[in-house]
Design a protein around this ligand. Structure first.
Ligand SMILES: *Cc1c(COP(=O)(O)O)cnc(C)c1O
Length: 409
């Protein structure tokens, strides 16, 4: 079944009414075909390059999504011991997993190294500790902060001078000193610029900085350019032109490898690019309020299920699945949380009536993984539609789930 919004935007492979009748509402639904397509798009964009995709799984850690990624040749980037554990449960070997921490207790790094994962070292103190602890017996990558500002907005930029992430490229001498002191085996340089980066330019800029820095490290096997490719949020939206970006970076990377004297691996760690467009959050309109100031659509969900609009102003296209051909009206679409809880402001939708089924698009990345139990609300179920099969991949939470860690019942 195909549903469309004035024929400009469509939901493929998914029948929202059928799913919410069967599994309830609100509901997260993911389309496996979209994930497979996005992975292929990336895999094909770097011809003649030894390129590896490390899915930044904080975007969506459902085990079924992780298993799907593993099946189609995508490895993992994790940011916590919990994500590492989930990767192992999903069938990854630790050697396929990179741990990219941000100022974590060193014990977490020890756990990751003990498990067999490879670590992205993100501070001078951690580099010191790594050297003292492992000398030259364990390889690692270094996360460089290239001091390049790029990304959709300030909250999702990670490589500008004021960012907390990585070791400033300006501290190269200090890095080299520590590496030499302990004879640390640096096999890769890493950087992650931020999120929603549309153009090739910032990627090329940071690539050049990493390539330049790489000349000081003779044992490299990997250059990791991070994630952050921009996806489509609304009809006609500009996205990262992956073929163009792939061609430009491949060219530059080949030149670098020949200068470096060896063919290295090029890694990327996309999260959003691989899963954002695959996901839908299905909700029902509960109350339509025709207020003198403006019209409100209240829904049976809120920032507890999808916090991105409130957290960093992200846009989620909304379809009125029940009444796609209705008269256009303008609404604020709001959640039920007792807090300012706005999904969309001044959004024109086909007329919404109480009970209508609405679909939020781009809910596959940073949707469920950022959800909470605020207001003692339970989290929705998750469904994966893949290869003609719809599978419940997480049941809906119950109040018991919320009470289970309390000790004074
Ligand atoms: C979050 C994150 C990513 C993924 O970012 P996207 O915008 O989802 O592609 C990649 N690398 C690191 C280190 C991250 O923390």
């Amino acid at each position: 079944m195909q549903l469309s919004d004035q024929n400009t935007y469509s939901i493929q492979n998914i029948d929202p009414h059928h799913f919410t009748e069967k599994f309830g509402s609100p509901l997260y639904v993911y389309d496996g075909a979209t994930i497979r397509r996005k992975v292929q798009e990336l895999q094909h964009a770097f011809p003649g390059i030894n390129m590896k995709i490390k899915y930044a799984c904080k975007a969506n850690t459902n085990l079924s999504i992780l298993r799907l990624m593993r099946e189609i040749g995508v490895e993992l980037d994790v940011v916590s011991p919990g994500e590492l554990e989930m990767g192992l449960i999903a069938g990854y070997s630790a050697s396929q997993i990179t741990f990219t921490p941000s100022g974590v207790p060193f014990e977490e790094v020890r756990e990751a190294v003990d498990a067999g994962a490879i670590v992205n070292v993100d501070s001078i103190p951690l580099l010191e500790w790594f050297g003292q602890t492992y000398g030259n017996t364990k390889p690692c990558l270094i996360r460089i902060k290239p001091n390049v500002a790029a990304g959709g907005n300030a909250k999702i930029m990670t490589a500008h001078a004021d960012s907390k992430f990585g070791i400033s490229v300006l501290l190269l001498d200090q890095i080299l000193e520590v590496v030499k002191k302990y004879d640390i085996k640096i096999i890769g340089l890493h950087q992650h610029t931020g999120s929603d980066i549309k153009d090739a330019e910032p990627f090329l800029k940071v690539a050049d900085i990493l390539f330049e820095t790489a000349k000081h490290f003779p044992d490299l096997e990997i250059v990791d350019l991070g994630g952050g490719f921009k996806v489509s949020y609304l009809p006609g939206d500009q996205i990262t032109d992956m073929d163009l970006l792939g061609r430009k970076i491949s060219e530059r990377f080949k030149k670098f490898c020949s200068e470096y004297g060896r063919e290295l691996q090029l890694w990327f760690e996309p999260g959003k690019f691989l899963v954002s467009e695959s996901g839908y959050l299905l909700v029902n309109a509960t109350v339509v309020k025709e207020d003198p100031a403006r019209n409100f659509v209240h829904v049976n969900s809120g920032l507890n299920h999808l916090i991105r609009p409130m957290m960093y102003g992200s846009y989620h296209h909304i379809l009125n699945v029940s009444n796609p051909a209705g008269e256009p009206k303008t609404y604020n679409v709001v959640g039920y949380i007792c807090e300012t809880d706005t999904f969309a402001t001044d959004r024109t939708l086909p007329e919404v009536k109480a009970g209508d089924l609405l679909a939020f698009l781009n809910a596959g990345a940073y949707g469920f993984t950022m959800s909470s139990n605020y207001n003692a609300r339970q989290r929705p179920a998750e469904i994966l539609v893949d290869q003609a099969e719809a599978k419940l991949i997480r049941r809906r939470e119950t109040l018991e789930d919320l009470l289970k860690t309390q000790t004074d019942l």
